[in-house]
Design a binder for this molecule. Structure first.
Ligand SMILES: [Zn+2]
Length: 111
């Protein structure tokens, strides 16, 4: 499972959700990890992002992974779809089935 790098333009709803008047401009933290395999790095990022989800201002669903020497080629960790209430889908980027918001219990998936 190697998801395609992120190249596609975001849907209009996603842009509006990220640039709304109530959105506070912030920063992105890049955290190098010594993992050689993309799938393993995606799993690590998924677990790490979920562990930080309760911290105010952290946006786990926006987590991406890239090779250290190709940081312009980002792989989404979570599904990038914006829900009607402007939250992002909490499932992994390549999930099966319908999207669901973070407070809706996502089915667990091995791996
Ligand atoms: Zn989804």
């Amino acid at each position: 499972m190697n998801p395609e790098p992120v190249f596609a333009a975001l849907p209009l709803a996603a842009v509006e959700a990220m640039t709304g008047e109530d959105r506070v401009p912030g920063f992105v933290v890049h955290l190098p990890v010594a993992i050689a395999d993309l799938d393993e790095a995606l799993r690590f990022a998924y677990t790490l992002a979920r562990s930080l989800a309760m911290i105010a201002g952290v946006e786990p669903a926006g987590t991406t992974v890239s090779a250290e020497d190709a940081q312009h080629l980002r792989h989404w960790v979570f599904c990038d779809r914006i829900m009607p209430d402007r939250r992002r889908c909490a499932h992994r980027a390549d999930h099966d089935g319908p999207c669901s918001a973070p407070n809706e219990r996502a089915p667990s998936r091995p791996g």
